[in-house]
Design a protein around this ligand. Structure first.
Ligand code: MBD
Ligand code: FE
Length: 286
């Protein structure tokens, strides 16, 4: 398969290969051999659910072969990370964080990159000279469950641009565009200066797009800002923040919106763009 990737035509397979490569480099898969009984139990139950669906709906050979063809294309397009993060991760996140008392989180998604440029107290995320959209200033605090400000916490932020593209996954964007890390001040406070992201459509030209089209679904996620908050002795929080009134807050393709994650941007007091406050409360490490 040949593909041409230009500044104006990012492809699903280019973004997908990048997400696959990044996952492999992330170390997330390291250090766990899932015990045999657990593999057997989970694999059996997933397969039982598939058998039940086939019997209930009398799935035909033609449908079976359409599925086989589609599953092959998910791998070819490098879209397993996208598929899993859009349609499966939200339930894993729900189960993994069910006993937290601090801030709600949500899924990470496929486009996190560690090591974004960091600054103390205030971070102005890299943007192009002509970056489209509305300027956005976000102020907040990171605190522990007792309400004490956490100094030296890191808030890693990443989001799409006003055209719905993520740097390092779409061609032609500066490496760290709209990605950055802010380290909290002594009182746990931070400020992030960025641009308001737009609603985001997952890539439609790959296998995930094929499923969406074949099922008559839509490919949209509401506009969102991704964040990872870390502090010594505290559990890391992964979240996304959303904007009120977005047409897709109620039907996010990735099922990752929660009411606690809603922002409240207002016109900036200084007159340019918007500003908002959003704080985080971290749970201690177990
Ligand atoms: C995204 O930007 C995203 O956040 C998720 C969860 C899936 C695909 C693209
Ligand atoms: Fe995203």
């Amino acid at each position: 398969m040949t593909e041409t990737t230009t500044e104006f035509s990012p492809t699903a397979s280019a973004a997908g290969s990048k997400a696959t490569e990044r996952f492999r480099e992330s170390g997330k898969r390291a250090g766990l051999d899932v015990p045999q009984e657990r593999v057997s139990l989970l694999a059996k139950e997933v397969l039982e659910a598939v058998y039940a669906t086939i019997r209930r709906h009398e799935v035909t050979y033609a449908e079976y072969n359409a599925l086989k063809d589609w599953l092959i294309s998910v791998g070819e397009d490098g879209e397993w990370p996208l598929f899993l993060d859009v349609w499966v991760e939200h339930v894993v996140e729900e189960v993994a964080t069910s006993d937290r008392k601090g801030s709600k989180g949500t899924i990470e998604g496929p486009y996190y990159v560690p090591g974004s440029p960091a600054s103390e107290g205030v971070a102005r995320l890299d943007r192009r000279a002509d970056e489209p959209g509305t300027e956005l200033v976000w102020r907040g605090h990171v605190r522990d469950l007792e309400g004490r400000g956490l100094a030296g916490a890191t808030v890693e932020v990443w989001h799409a641009d006003a055209d719905g593209f993520y740097s390092q996954y779409a061609p032609g964007l500066p490496e760290w565009n709209l990605r950055g890390t802010v380290v909290t001040a002594a009182d746990g406070s931070f400020e992030v200066q960025t641009m308001r992201p737009a609603p985001y459509q997952i890539p439609t030209d790959g296998a995930c797009g094929k499923l969406i089209a074949a099922a008559g679904w839509h490919a949209w996620r509401p506009a969102h800002i991704h964040v990872k908050v870390s502090a010594p002795g505290q559990q890391q929080l992964t979240a996304q923040l959303y904007f009120p009134g977005d047409a897709h807050n109620e039907d996010d393709i990735a099922s990752a919106v929660k009411p606690e994650l809603m922002l409240d941007p207002k016109p900036a007091a200084g007159g340019r763009g918007e500003e908002m406050v959003y704080d985080f409360v971290l749970d201690p490490e177990a």
